[in-house]
Design a protein around this ligand. Structure first.
Ligand code: MN3
Length: 209
């Protein structure tokens, strides 16, 4: 992904079938090549006639859209959000053979949530609680790890939260394999989290190691 307009869809950092058997190849093709592409196309088409915003990064668009007039603000929120959220989601996953969590990250999580199982439990419940479409997130909020959710393509950036991990719970993320059973998809997704990447995101905002 380039940093500003015109945005382009870069390849996944892993093969489409790399997340099997937890997330299927066909879903990854559709999700990356069709769903994400549509958000990119719509964002570019929105920015085409607004030169002032063409040098803005996704982060900058997503923390400033509320200053813009209607309906530009809504289009930026939805489409820049759709691009940001999908890239963040795709980049937070990897082949299930490679996933392991470092002592450092485990300590951070257990310090905040008492145990890793309790973290998983709370995160899953948050993801299940999203009514309709949206995301569950692990964020840094006032220097604390916190689980939160956003509807549609909203991002935590607008609330000043720093995202660390997200799961897309729009039905298109799981319907082909898990049908309507979001809980089974969430359980499977826990097997493909790229904890190395998640730790890197966390370290960017914390001084200690
Ligand atoms: Mn999606």
């Amino acid at each position: 992904m380039n940093h500003c307009y015109p945005f382009i869809n870069t390849p996944l950092k892993y093969d489409y079938n790399a997340l099997e058997p937890f997330i299927d190849e066909k879903t990854m093709h559709l999700h990356h090549d069709k769903h994400l592409q549509t958000y990119i196309d719509n964002l570019n088409s929105t920015l085409k006639s607004v030169p002032l915003l063409q040098t803005f990064t996704l982060d900058k668009l997503l923390t400033n859209y509320c200053k813009l007039p209607n309906p530009l603000n809504t289009s930026i929120k939805n489409n820049a959000g759709g691009v940001f959220n999908h890239l963040f989601f795709f980049n937070g996953m990897q082949n299930p053979q490679n996933t392991s969590i470092s002592d450092y990250l485990m300590k951070k999580i257990t310090k905040q949530f008492d145990s890793f199982d309790e973290f998983k439990n709370q995160f899953k419940n948050a993801a299940l609680s999203v009514f309709g479409s949206g995301y569950a997130w692990l964020v840094i909020d006032r220097k604390m790890l916190k689980i939160t959710t956003t509807p549609n393509q909203d991002t935590p950036l607008i609330k000043g939260q720093i995202p660390i991990l997200n799961i897309d719970v729009w039905e298109h993320a799981y319907y082909l394999k898990h049908y309507n059973v979001r809980a089974a998809y969430i359980d499977d997704w826990f097997n493909v989290i790229n904890w190395t990447k998640i730790e890197k995101r966390l370290l960017l905002f914390t001084k200690e190691k």
